[in-house]
Design a protein around this ligand. Structure first.
Ligand code: FAD
Length: 317
């Protein structure tokens, strides 16, 4: 069986959950091999978890030249790894970096590329939601090595009892790949909440909050969720743009999306309608958001959310 390369998303060896989801999907296509960019300390920190979630082999690409630059050296190293291993597919997380590396790799290897998949089946058939969610498309790469980026929360991670092997991979990075250098990196201020695009639960607020996001944040914290916002809330200056969900914001696909005081405009739906379960709280029973929910509550969010939060916190004990 061929290998399937999974590009690991990690911060100093702390592997992010979407990578474990990719490993679960990779098993459907072949033998999962993880590719870790970073020093040996980060790699050994990552190795145990990667093995526990199904990586049979872990390639460590430890090169100072990769760390100090943007995505081009990573694409070049991956190209060399693809040439060496002839994998059945390369899977990456659908984020800004994952998609840029994937696009560059597709050009370099003359391969087909599928982005923003929400499922990958045996045989390499992927599912995508396109045109702001108006269509669900099944697609398959028929040329070269299939390169697929997958949205976070598209699969459940699967723990296994295997023992993976670790192998150093020495890539040769050309001068042309080193034209854009990182001169400073500022870590994002930690909110204590999960990253919006990776969160299993997202609680969002819209114009209906009237600018008071305390009930949204209270429920989010009770559920261990990320906070999102509609464009109306962002345009009103109540939340930064990095919280915006939708066509011109972030696309999320969590297990649970809770929309509060959000009418359900097509541009907002484009960012959340592939969520597995959708709940809405809106005081207008005719609000379009109710067309796509699994559960709806007609009511004032300022009453409903604190009551729900209290119940959840009581249950947690
Ligand atoms: P509204 O549409 O005003 O809805 C507010 C809702 O809150 C209403 O349904 C109301 O009944 C309810 N409500 C009011 N008070 C309460 C209360 N106390 N309790 C409960 N419910 C209450 N929008 C996005 O969200 N994301 C995008 O990325 C995005 N991109 C866009 C791109 C373009 C090119 C364009 C043209 C628009 C875009 N929009 C986007 C804007 C979009 O069309 C809507 O205007 C926006 O989503 C509306 O936000 P909202 O639902 O919060 O506000």
């Amino acid at each position: 069986m061929s290998e399937v390369l999974v590009v690991v998303d990690h911060v100093d060896g702390a592997v992010k959950k979407p990578t474990f989801e990719l490993l679960a999907l990779a098993k459907r296509l072949g033998e999962p091999s993880a590719v870790v960019f970073g020093g040996s300390e980060a790699a050994s920190a990552a190795a145990e978890k990667l093995t526990a979630f199904g990586a049979e082999k872990i390639y460590v690409v430890d090169d100072a030249e990769i760390k100090g630059y943007l995505v081009a050296p990573k694409a070049e190293a991956l190209q060399q790894l693809v040439e060496k291993t002839s994998p059945a597919a390369v899977l990456l997380v659908s984020g800004y970096e994952g998609k840029e590396v994937a696009a560059r790799l597709a050009i370099k290897t003359g391969s087909g590329l599928i982005t923003d998949a929400v499922d990958v089946e045996e045989g390499g058939v992927t599912t995508q939601s396109v045109f702001a969610g108006s269509y669900t498309v099944k697609a398959k790469v028929t040329h070269g090595t299939p390169i697929i980026t997958v949205k976070p929360n598209s699969a459940a991670p699967e723990e296994t009892a295997g023992a993976g092997t670790v192998e150093q991979f020495a890539a040769t990075i050309s001068d042309s790949a080193k034209k854009a250098q990182i001169v400073a990196a500022q870590p994002r201020k930690a909110s204590g909440r999960p990253e919006l695009t990776e969160a299993a639960i997202v609680v969002s607020g819209g114009r209906g909050t009237g600018g008071d996001f305390a009930p949204i944040e209270g429920l989010a914290d009770a559920l261990g969720a990320a906070v999102g916002a509609s464009r109306a809330a962002v345009d009103s200056g109540w939340m930064p743009h990095s919280f915006q969900v939708g066509q011109t914001g972030k696309v999320v696909s969590p297990q649970l999306y809770v929309a509060n005081g959000i009418s359900g405009a097509i541009q907002h739906r484009a960012g959340m309608q592939t969520s597995k379960t959708i709940v809405a709280v809106n005081k207008d029973e005719e609000a379009p958001i109710f067309e796509l929910v699994d559960f709806g509550v007609v009511g004032d969010l300022h009453n409903v959310l604190p009551a729900a939060t209290e119940k959840i916190n009581q249950r947690k004990g």
